[in-house]
Design a protein around this ligand. Structure first.
Ligand code: BT5
Length: 251
């Protein structure tokens, strides 16, 4: 499958500066270097394969050749918008899926995108500082387009877009759609509209969850995207970040 080529990307990305790598370690690392060298907001690093793709907290992200989207977009938000960047990314991926007719997509707080409870996308925003000055953010997004999982454990928790869509998808077209949705939301980063669009796609509100060893009902989210959990003693707990586990999903 060779639908992701320099020429194809140049055609769909128009004037946007981009780097395309058939294979690299992590697109976030390349984008960080580019950002420090002064790359403009909107510039994007795209990889076909990542050899050492990164998840959060030192975890790995699997990006085999020909099967995925792996990109890192350079954004320059004001510092108070930092906590909204990953919300924006998850929302944009969900909307990209909806645009191509996949309507069963939900966001698992804070920023995994899932189809029927299985992960199709991960988001890794990394702020780049020079002293106390925010140079910008590298927004890493990985999407499983037709990724085949050979690891049984991963296979049970992940899926891909083509399986959900039931047809072959064009990765260059998906990138253009995804960046298009991000471009729509970036100027509205601090808006209530962004928060509401994200909130309306969250998959686990009203359910019993566990975040960082705290268990409670996922009641709501606040304006920073923090999860508000109702604890058994009736108090409200605010989770800012962390991994969420669903406790009453019937499994
Ligand atoms: C994430 O981490 O979900 C963030 C992933 C960000 C990847 C993008 S790709 C472009 C850019 N360049 C990079 O190097 N990274 C970014 P986390 O929530 O920690 O999830 C990682 C966990 O998801 C792993 O420990 C696995 O269990 C699982 N996983 C790994 N690869 C996966 C895949 N392709 N699909 C679904 N789950 C996966």
């Amino acid at each position: 499958m060779s639908e992701l080529t320099q020429e194809r990307l140049a055609a769909v990305l128009g004037t946007r500066p981009f780097q395309y790598h058939a294979s690299l370690g992590s697109s976030n690392d390349i984008a960080q270097g580019w950002l420090r060298e002064g790359a403009e907001a909107g510039a994007v690093v795209i990889a076909d394969e990542q050899r050492t793709g990164r998840g959060r907290l030192g975890r790995t992200w699997y990006t085999p050749p020909d099967e995925a989207l792996a990109l890192s977009l350079i954004v320059r938000p004001e510092p108070r918008g930092l906590s909204r960047i990953s919300i924006l990314a998850a929302l944009a991926v969900a909307e990209m899926c909806e645009e191509i007719g996949i309507d069963s997509v939900r966001i698992k707080w804070p920023n995994d995108v899932q189809i029927h409870g299985r992960k199709i996308c991960g988001v890794l925003p990394e702020a780049v500082w020079e002293g106390d000055r925010l140079l910008g953010v590298v927004l890493g997004i990985g999407v499983n387009v037709r990724v085949q999982f050979h690891d049984a454990e991963l296979a049970s928790r992940a899926t891909n877009l083509e399986a959900a869509a039931g047809r072959t998808l064009d990765r260059a077209d998906l990138i253009a759609r995804l960046l298009g949705r991000i471009d729509v939301w970036l100027p509205q980063l601090m808006s209530l509209d962004l928060l509401n669009a994200w909130r309306s796609r969250l998959g686990m509100l009203g359910q019993m969850v566990e975040v960082e060893r705290v268990r409670g009902i996922a009641e709501s989210v606040d304006e920073n995207g923090a999860l508000l959990m109702r604890l058994p003693d009736g108090s409200l707990h605010r989770a800012l970040a962390g991994d969420l586990w669903l406790l009453d999903d019937g499994h």
